[in-house]
Every structure is written in structure tokens, then in C-alpha cells.
Design a protein around this ligand. Structure first.
Ligand SMILES: [Zn+2]
Ligand SMILES: [Zn+2]
Length: 303
């Protein structure tokens, strides 16, 4: 809850007028407890998990002819009902695990000092903190994910996430509840090391989920702005990890490619890319038909 009773009081305390955004924040949160402000995350996560993947379903339904060439595994198709089933399973996990985790994790947010007060953070502060959060989460997630690919971790826990060898947007958070809980830790590490404003925290959780949905979308569009982010893995990168499945010792990182490069766990992916390139160079007509998919690589294997 804000420590000011009125806007005038806030302006006197800050020694300047409030910006439009700060006035909006004041009006919205002045009577709200910090706990309720934090719990907005549950609503944001629900909306993101439910709405963002719809974008990929709609373009597949409405513009199939135009987007099939960007589908990473074009031979695999999921019906609307199968998508809905996946969403329903994710929602069950959301109600039983993600939601309650958000509700009880508030003390840790208080402890690390995520603030809700004025002034609001500058754009530069938000961006720099988000970069740090992404880097910390990516590095930690890499090692946890790699551990999940040991025999025990895969069989007991991680197998659930790999049920989709050709992932779809709704399958991004589809995982065993233990994985959901454990992978929640890296998400909190960044804000714990570099605590910021609640708005930055909201943005962090939202952007990370949107990124996960994009990398599981099954589509590798050349026009997404994420193509301009240095060392960004993207859909093609993570799709390969799902395509190989339990045997995969490649592409463990969730966001960037540098961890897999440093620790030598991108060799399988690079090999497949080279093989695919050779296939394209050898028979351009065929590769156009396959849309540059891994399916064409598996065709080489089976020959
Ligand atoms: Zn995996
Ligand atoms: Zn995945």
C-alpha cells in the first residue's frame, strides 16, 4: 500500500509532479494491499496462458496456406480439440500448482524487497533489470533442465513436458508439478539478486511466459522481433529439443544459445542444421515442400 494519502502528499514527498503513469499507479494502488498487487500475477498468467497461444491457432486456421512454410514440423497437426485438451490440462496445473504457488510465495517477494511505491522505475531501469533476470534464469534453467534429462529425472518428471515431440503454444507450461515448482526457483533468483519494482516483476513473469509460448509455438517466423535479440534461441532451437525427445543431449537452454555453446550441448542441433542445409542444396524443390522441417532430416535418416 502506498505511504501517501493523496497525490499532493506524494508530490511533496518526491519533490516534483507525478507523471501520468505515476498518477495512474497511485489511483489504482493507493487503497490496495501489496499482497493483492502481487497476486495480479495470477490473473496475468491465466490470461497469457489462455490467450497468447490462440494467436498461433488462429493463423493456422485462417492463413494455413501462407504460414505452413514457417511450421517447423509441418507434417504434425493438432486439431482445435487437441489444443483445447492441452489448455485444459495446463489450467488444471494452474489451479492446483501455479496459482497456489503464487499465493504462498508472497513472503519471499516481501523478503527480497520488491517495492510497490513511488517513484515508478525508469524505462532504462526496467530494461536493464529484465536483461539480468533473463540471463540469470536462462543459466539456472539450463542446469536444472540438463539434470532433468538424466535417466531418473526424465522418467520420473521431465517426460511429461516431452509428451509433445512437436510442441504447440499451449504446451509451453505443460509439465509435471515437480518441474513447475522447481523451475519456479530460477524465476525468483533474478528479482532476489536485483530487486526492482512490482511493475518490473509483473513484466518479467509475463514476458518469460510469452517467450516460452513463442518457443513452443511450432512456428519459426522470420519477422518476429526476437530474431534481433543476440544469442536468442527461439522456436526452431527449442523445437529441435522436443523433436529428439528423451534422448536429447542438445539445446537445454530456455532462452539463449550461449550456455549450450559454452558447454557443448548444441552439437546435435548444429549437425542436423548442416544436414538440412545439405538436403536443401541437393534438392531445393523437395526442401521447399517440406518447409525446412526436421521431418525432412528424418526422411534422410530413413533412407
Ligand atoms: Zn527437455
Ligand atoms: Zn519445452
Amino acid at each position: 500500500m502506498l505511504p501517501y494519502a493523496t497525490i499532493q502528499e506524494a508530490e511533496t514527498s518526491l519533490g516534483r509532479s507525478l507523471t501520468t503513469l505515476e498518477t495512474t499507479w497511485f489511483n489504482y494502488t493507493s487503497d490496495m494491499s501489496d499482497y493483492i498487487i502481487y497476486c495480479h500475477n495470477i490473473l496475468f498468467l491465466f490470461l497469457i496462458f489462455s490467450i497468447v497461444p490462440l494467436f498461433y491457432i488462429f493463423i493456422e486456421l485462417l492463413f494455413s496456406n501462407h504460414v505452413t512454410r514457417y511450421k517447423i514440423q509441418p507434417k504434425v497437426k493438432f486439431s482445435v480439440y487437441e489444443n483445447f485438451k492441452c489448455w485444459f490440462n495446463v489450467m488444471k496445473m494452474f489451479v492446483l500448482c501455479v496459482g497456489p504457488l503464487q499465493l504462498v510465495s508472497y513472503p519471499s517477494i516481501q523478503m527480497i524487497g520488491v517495492r510497490t511505491s513511488l517513484p515508478l522505475p525508469s524505462l532504462m531501469e526496467i530494461i536493464s533489470q529484465l536483461v539480468v533476470y533473463f540471463l540469470i534464469e536462462d543459466y539456472t534453467n539450463y542446469w536444472i533442465h540438463r539434470f532433468f534429462h538424466c535417466k531418473w529425472g526424465y522418467e520420473k518428471i521431465h517426460k511429461v513436458h516431452h509428451e509433445y515431440s512437436a510442441p504447440i503454444g499451449f504446451a509451453a507450461p505443460h509439465a509435471h508439478w515437480v518441474e513447475v515448482l522447481v523451475l519456479g526457483i530460477p524465476s525468483f533468483l533474478g528479482p532476489a539478486i536485483v530487486p526492482g519494482h512490482m511493475i518490473t516483476f509483473w513484466l518479467w513473469i509475463a514476458l518469460r511466459q510469452i517467450e516460452a509460448i513463442e518457443t513452443h509455438s511450432g512456428y519459426d517466423f522470420p519477422w518476429t522481433f526476437t530474431k534481433y535479440i543476440p544469442f536468442y534461441g527461439g522456436a526452431d532451437y527449442h523445437d529441435y529439443h522436443h523433436y529428439v525427445g528423451g534422448q536429447s543431449q542438445s539445446n537445454f537452454a530456455s532462452v539463449f544459445t550461449y550456455c549450450d555453446y559454452i558447454y557443448g550441448t548444441d552439437k546435435g542441433y548444429r549437425y542436423q542444421k548442416r544436414l538440412l542445409q545439405q538436403l536443401k542444396d541437393g534438392s531445393k524443390g523437395d526442401s521447399k515442400q517440406n518447409g525446412g522441417s526436421y521431418a525432412s532430416v528424418s526422411d534422410i535418416k530413413s533412407e
